[in-house]
Design a protein around this ligand. Structure first.
Ligand SMILES: [Zn+2]
Ligand SMILES: [Zn+2]
Length: 259
């Protein structure tokens, strides 16, 4: 029964996606976050572009959280969270602040089958993480647990990793990491509780160590909040012999203490 339900859902969502593709071909492309017409799919209209919360310098040198003014992070350019607990990765960068506007892209991308948003988000990420991509030797997405992958049918982080690989020429290894058990939603938890939940949840997939060992890895995810998930994945990649790990995300939740 569950399988039949899943098949039904898959068929309905395939039809919806096909209908959307047909409509997209018939109608002029519209802005990523409003209904205004634009030149090409995957673009912001001029108004939304002005309002978009692109993350630029100054930001935390370590985790990429946006600062409100130059000098906010002191001499080391570190945010309070990174000063208190140094994350295991070298550098993390995000393309957009996670705010009302970017949620209009990220939420349908994550939960609403709008897989085509990966090709819109990847160029923004490639710009924010240009220095990271230049040095990366392999791109690895944060994995979903198998049960969630079956329900959603795609891993949004893997779609971003593929799109970034196409843009940069850096190879992606979408199955390098696996989630060994499903976890509850982290959305209502604080940083310490998040770190506890994701501890020992990730592992290198057998047979993929050779793609990671000795390489500079760029870990990719859709949204970074406390960094607990990316931190747990980074530790696993470093244990597998990665020579370094940087992190690139589509959207970064700002630290309210810095705004
Ligand atoms: Zn717009
Ligand atoms: Zn930081």
């Amino acid at each position: 029964m569950a399988a039949a339900g899943r098949t039904g859902r898959a068929v309905r969502s395939f039809i919806a996606a096909a209908a959307r593709t047909t409509l997209d071909l018939l109608l002029p492309p519209h802005c990523l976050t409003c209904d205004a017409p634009v030149d090409a799919p995957g673009r912001f209209c001029p108004d939304c572009f002005r309002q978009a919360g692109f993350i630029t310098e100054p930001c935390c040198a370590r985790c990429g959280v946006p600062f409100s003014h130059v000098g906010q992070g002191g001499r080391d350019q570190l945010c309070p969270a990174c000063t208190a607990h140094k994350p295991p990765w070298d550098r993390a960068r995000g393309a957009l602040r996670y705010d009302v506007q970017s949620r209009r892209i990220v939420l349908p991308f994550k939960h609403g089958d709008r897989t085509e948003y990966a090709t819109a988000l990847a160029p923004l990420m490639a710009r924010a993480g240009a220095a990271l991509l230049r040095e990366a030797e392999v791109i690895v997405p944060v994995p979903l647990h198998r049960s969630r992958l079956i329900a959603r049918r795609y891993n949004q982080a893997a779609l971003l990793a593929w799109a970034l690989a196409r843009l940069s020429g850096v190879p992606a290894v979408p199955d390098a990491l696996q989630r060994t058990r499903a976890t509850m939603s982290l959305s209502d938890l604080g940083a310490a509780a998040r770190a506890e939940v994701v501890k020992n949840v990730f592992a290198i997939r057998p047979g993929r160590v050779g793609r990671i060992a000795g390489r500079r890895v760029l870990l990719v995810d859709d949204v970074m909040t406390s960094g607990a998930t990316c931190g747990a994945c980074t530790r696993v990649l470093l244990q597998a012999g990665a020579s370094s790990v940087d992190v690139l995300v589509a959207a970064r939740v700002p630290d309210p203490r810095l705004q």
